[in-house]
Design a protein around this ligand. Sequence first.
Ligand SMILES: NC(=O)c1ccc[n+]([C@@H]2O[C@H](COP(=O)([O-])OP(=O)(O)OC[C@H]3O[C@@H](n4cnc5c(N)ncnc54)[C@H](OP(=O)(O)O)[C@@H]3O)[C@@H](O)[C@H]2O)c1
Length: 206
Amino acid sequence: MSFRAILATRSDDGAISASLQTLDDTALSDSGVTVAVDWSTLNYKDAVALAGPQIIQTFPLVPGIDFAGSVVSSDDARFSPGDNVVATGWGLSQTHHGGYAQRARVPGDWLVKLPTNINTRDAMAIGTAGFTAMLSVLALEHGGVSPNRGDILVTGASGGVGSIAITLLAELGYRVVASTGKPDEADYLRKLGASEILDRALLSAE
Ligand SMILES: NC(=O)c1ccc[n+]([C@@H]2O[C@H](COP(=O)([O-])OP(=O)(O)OC[C@H]3O[C@@H](n4cnc5c(N)ncnc54)[C@H](OP(=O)(O)O)[C@@H]3O)[C@@H](O)[C@H]2O)c1
């Protein structure tokens, strides 16, 4: 079956470019779970992938470090057609075709079934950045940090990870101090749950 995908290629002089292409299933892995991709996020790492050689290890490759969609077919007994799934990280956009395509095929171990109260759009609105924010919050809790120990500072507050970290921490009962270099974003950060806004310059070393 043919499908559309963004394909990153590298020319002999090392320049990386991306274009919309029509591929077919032979471009995908020989085995795994085939997913009709609904959504992928645009992460900082996706921008880095097209700007230089740090992320994509093999060309041509479909970029996109994550995706959410529904299973089309599966050689893994844990997944059936129609299951809504999410994938983030692993080798996506590094050594394996990623999420900027209408179809993906990955090992079942890379997939997580979505709970029924999260659709594929919401899953990618959270995205890899939101997943990272949650892992960070869990690590803080694991380290003994709790709301009754005082204010908590979120740096890079307006960024992908910082913005979701603010929301998570505020929901968990923390008084969040948001450090940002973008004073215009203060209202947005307060709406997310920040109680206080700090100018990023105040935290910078002289
Ligand atoms: N996104 C992911 O999935 C992911 C996964 C693993 C690790 N990480 C790491 O998490 C960090 C944040 O990633 P992100 O995706 O949130 O990036 P991002 O969306 O680009 O946000 C980074 C934020 O950092 C702040 N910033 C920019 N220049 C700065 C400077 N010179 N000094 C201090 N702060 C500056 C800005 O926020 P303000 O203007 O509000 O200060 C900016 O919005 C990065 O180190 C990234 O490598 C991200």
